[in-house]
Design a protein around this ligand. Structure first.
Ligand SMILES: Nc1ncnc2c1ncn2[C@@H]1O[C@H](COP(=O)(O)OP(=O)(O)O)[C@@H](O)[C@H]1O
Ligand SMILES: [Mg+2]
Length: 282
């Protein structure tokens, strides 16, 4: 793909639930390599925006174009194929409590494998629940090593701290090496040090795999880090990067409307009372 190719485009998208208009005429174009930081009050439509991107919620008006395809028009199998290219970290991480870390991280890969085999009409009806194959095991190990939790394969989520659980959720989101990642409040409920670790992983994923992302967050600091730092693989730390700002766009949601879209500099210059509430000036 060329530098400025569109990965995800919303064209005048509205989403309505009964009487609630969760999204109102939202348009934006997420380009390859961009990270968009989505800020906004509780209930402003941030989660619905992410779900609409992969057709878990559906527009009452407008179009969503994901990887060049209008997703409302896709059949189930096509939708399944396109969703495989999107890694998702749901709000709270949402791990399966009854599954080990290994099984949690395997989940997207095993459902991928089953989907591609069913396409080839392989009869799996007599199979036991799929055991991870060797290559899947290697991917799981890599994804857990990526979040520095390579030793936790056999543990259950409730045996891990909140921050570790969130890291497992990141491993699960990246395990299939998707070109697009959607993170819903990845740092919510974490202490500042753990939150910093999580953002470092998000930036690591962006910089090592050149992924595109939407990141919903309440913490201005998360956007500030994305817009000003890069991941240094030599010391596993963030370091200043003046070029990161060009690839980082901020969006502010208010009652379903996209009321701000622009760079961090533009965000910080906003005189709108609502928009500037989300900027933490030191
Ligand atoms: N499945 C649903 N059914 C009805 N209302 C919903 C549904 N999902 C979201 N909403 C409503 O849409 C609005 C936006 O929700 P959401 O996107 O979850 O907000 P947030 O910005 O906090 O993530 C809220 O008023 C919420 O109650
Ligand atoms: Mg939400």
């Amino acid at each position: 793909m060329a530098q400025n190719d569109s990965i995800l485009r919303f064209e005048n998208v509205s989403v309505t639930f009964d009487t609630v208009e969760a999204l109102k005429d939202v348009s934006f174009d997420l380009k390859e390599g961009q990270t968009r930081i989505i800020l906004g009050a509780a209930g402003s439509g941030k989660t619905v925006l992410l779900k609409t991107a992969i057709a878990l919620d559906c527009p009452s008006a407008g179009k969503v174009i994901l990887f060049g395809q209008e997703i409302q028009n896709l059949r189930e199998q096509q939708l399944f194929d396109i969703r495989r290219r999107v890694g998702i970290l749901f709000q709270e991480g949402a791990l399966f409590d009854s599954m080990t870390v290994e099984r949690n991280v395997a989940y997207p890969l095993i459902s991928l494998r089953t989907a591609s085999e069913s396409k080839k009409n392989v009869d799996r009806s007599k199979d036991k629940p799929a055991e991870p194959t060797q290559s899947i095991r290697e991917r799981i190990q890599q994804a857990l090593d990526f979040v520095e939790l390579g030793q936790t394969l056999k543990q259950f989520p409730d045996e891990l701290s909140g921050g570790m659980q969130r890291r497992v959720a990141i491993a699960r989101a990246v395990v299939a090496q998707p070109p697009l990642l959607l993170y819903d409040s990845p740092t919510a409920g974490l202490d500042p040090i753990t939150a910093h670790t999580i953002v470092t992983l998000i930036i690591k994923e962006r910089d090592l795999d050149n992924t595109t992302a939407l990141v919903v967050t309440h913490r201005y600091q998360d956007g500030n880090l994305a817009a000003n730092f890069r991941y240094n693989p030599d010391n596993a730390q963030l370091e200043p990067d003046p070029t990161a700002a060009e690839r980082t766009i901020f969006m502010v949601m208010r009652e379903g409307k996209l009321v701000f879209e622009g760079s961090q500099r533009e965000l910080e210059a906003s005189t709108d009372d609502y928009v500037s509430k989300f900027v933490k000036r030191d």
